[in-house]
Write a new protein. Structure first.
Length: 586
């Protein structure tokens, strides 16, 4: 049985969300479970304590309120609380949250569960392709958990403002390896989850949201290292702007001098640092993110694209026709992927390896037969022929996995035919009266439908490249008709439903593939031996540069010798200088 990537179900989504919520509750309230981390007035604080906004009332002797002011003190690790009002606020806050109450923990778990469920349900139902895979969801939540643990440690260790947390890094990773729509939802979710570490402060959540959304928008389609760092700069500017706007809305104004007076504790500067740090962290740890999300790094793809790879050499030796087909596919697929902004290098590498299973029984595939060689399918029933053809998918996956090829590349092997039917042998079985009473399922490939744009492109190009060899004459109109027919057949069969390709993508792919085919099969001027029909002209032989020089020298010497051997021409008669006689006058 072919093992493919596991797709998340409703139960899976609920379980993943529940586990993530439970872990986040522990992270959020971690210091409350440990008694020595309690902050006591008059003693050095063992951890940084961030007291939520509290309204303090001043009452005179008559019992009337004379002043009301709000404070949110931050007690740094090692700092001693001596102010009576601040000490009362710290004591009341610690008494309220220690030990943790069951209703508080349950309420917090429910909030985390809803946020995680929103994210995973979106990825399962609305995110195109890879987002519905269990590996992707687990990897994304694992990265989120690791980032939040690091944020919690930072907030406990240092009295820096919460805006300094690089919450936008996860959104950048999601945009790099999934898509920007999913990255937006990831940024929204992470903004609220990370803001929960400081009591769900709205102003902090707004800064986090600005950082995440701006970094995704600034990243764009060209996901290079320079664009990652640039997105951090854009996020820093947006975060600082949102913070200033929030201060103006909630506090009635913004005082730049007070912010710059204490840079270490300035929320505005922390907002800038958080944006810059988001881009830097995303760039520095993208290799780790690749492994956790189940993707494959560019360096590994470049290594696999080397034609000296043992598996590629094995295919070139044992199935040369299939290997040439794969190389031609790689050029077409790479051009199509570039046209729609997909991962062109991954698509090329997938094209190289997708048909490796044909090397096991190469003669069952017509491209590996010599001229005049009979196909083995003439001697076996159509259903057995279909089994032999379908086996190349299973065998190819097994060979690739044993060879240590990354799963995103292996995925091309079991998705390039999807769950389509081998129509030739199915129709042949029907024509023979279906003697073994086989239904259509016996002729369906044992793979899965493409769940990424790259694997969907390869599926289309696989059929297009094979069909292009039958187009005669190879002109543009015939290529367009063939490509459009294949696209509509794949759409009708539902093979592209999970791929994430839009109609605009399909139109762009169609145009680019037709252009590539016209370039591949362009006409040339005929050589003289092709123009001469009545008699064969001599074919030129092989010669080195030295052979050419020697032949030319010999020809020159021969011409000189022939010139010397020719007899001298006879001398011309001397002209008669005597005047001719003039006729006499009458």
């Amino acid at each position: 049985m072919l093992r493919t990537r596991i797709i998340a179900t409703t139960v899976t989504v609920f379980v993943i969300s529940a586990v993530f919520a439970a872990l986040m509750v522990f992270v959020n309230r971690a210091e409350t479970f440990v008694a020595p981390t309690r902050v006591e007035p008059g003693e050095p604080a063992p951890v940084t304590l961030r007291v939520p906004w509290t309204r303090a009332l001043e009452v005179d002797d008559s019992g009337s309120v004379t002043a009301v002011h709000a404070r949110a003190p931050v007690i740094g690790r090692g700092e001693v609380v001596t102010d009576p009002e601040q000490a009362a606020m710290v004591r009341a806050y610690e008494d309220a949250r220690r030990p943790p109450q069951a209703d508080d923990l349950l309420g917090l778990w429910f909030v985390y569960f809803l946020i995680a469920l929103m994210l995973t349900a979106y990825m399962r139902s609305l995110s195109p392709g890879r987002g519905a895979l269990v590996r992707t969801q687990l990897g994304l939540l694992a990265l989120a958990f690791a980032l939040l643990v690091a944020a919690k440690a930072l907030l406990l260790a240092l009295p820096v403002p919460a805006q300094a947390v690089p919450v936008g890094a996860l959104a950048i990773w999601a945009a790099l390896f999934l898509d920007r729509r999913t990255a937006m939802i990831v940024g929204l979710s992470m903004s609220f989850v990370c803001a929960s570490l400081v009591g769900f402060r709205l102003a902090v959540a707004a800064v986090y949201l600005a950082t995440s959304v701006t970094s995704v928008l600034a990243l764009g389609e060209k996901k290079t290292s320079a664009r990652i760092l640039t997105s951090g700069v854009a996020a820093a500017a947006a975060a600082a702007g949102v913070y200033v706007a929030a201060r103006a809305i909630f506090d009635g104004g913004f005082d730049l001098a007070s912010e710059l007076a204490a840079p270490w504790r300035s929320p505005m500067l922390a907002s800038v640092v958080g944006g810059l740090w988001s881009g830097a962290v995303a760039w520095a740890f993208q290799g780790v993110a690749v492994v956790i999300l189940g993707a494959v790094s560019r360096a590994r793809l470049l290594e696999l694209s080397d034609l000296d790879q043992p598996l590629l050499k094995k295919m070139a030796e044992e199935a040369p026709g299939s290997w040439e087909h794969s190389r031609a596919m790689a050029n077409l697929a790479e051009a199509a992927a570039n046209a729609i902004g997909a991962d062109a290098l991954l698509t090329r590498v997938g094209a190289y390896y997708h048909d490796l299973g044909k090397s096991c029984q190469a003669k069952y595939f017509v491209e590996n037969l010599q001229p005049g060689e009979q196909t083995p399918h003439r001697k076996i029933p159509p259903d057995l022929s279909a089994d032999a053809i379908m086996a190349h998918v299973v065998e190819g996956v097994n060979i690739l996995r044993r060879g240590g090829i990354p799963e995103p590349v292996v995925e091309f092997s079991y998705t390039h035919h999807g769950t389509s039917v081998i129509e030739y042998f199915w129709h042949k079985t029907i024509e023979q009266g279906n003697p073994r009473d086989r239904d259509e399922s016996f002729f369906r490939y044992p793979g899965m439908r493409p769940r990424t744009k790259e694997t969907a492109i390869l599926m289309l190009v696989d059929s297009i490249e094979a069909a292009s060899r039958t187009i005669d004459p190879p002109d543009r109109d015939r290529f367009e008709e063939m490509v459009q027919r294949i696209l509509f057949v794949k759409l009708r069969q539902g093979q592209l439903d999970e791929s994430g390709l839009t109609l605009q993508d399909l139109r762009t792919i169609s145009i680019r593939v037709v252009d590539s085919l016209c370039s591949m099969y362009h006409s040339r001027i005929k050589y003289p031996w092709q123009e001469k029909k009545e008699a064969a002209l001599p074919l030129p032989g092989a010669a080195t540069e030295a052979d050419v020089a020697r032949a030319r020298e010999e020809a020159a010497l021969k011409e000189a010798a022939e010139a010397e051997a020719e007899p001298a021409p006879p001398p011309e008669p001397e002209p008669d200088n005597e005047p001719e006689p003039q006729p006499e006058a009458p």
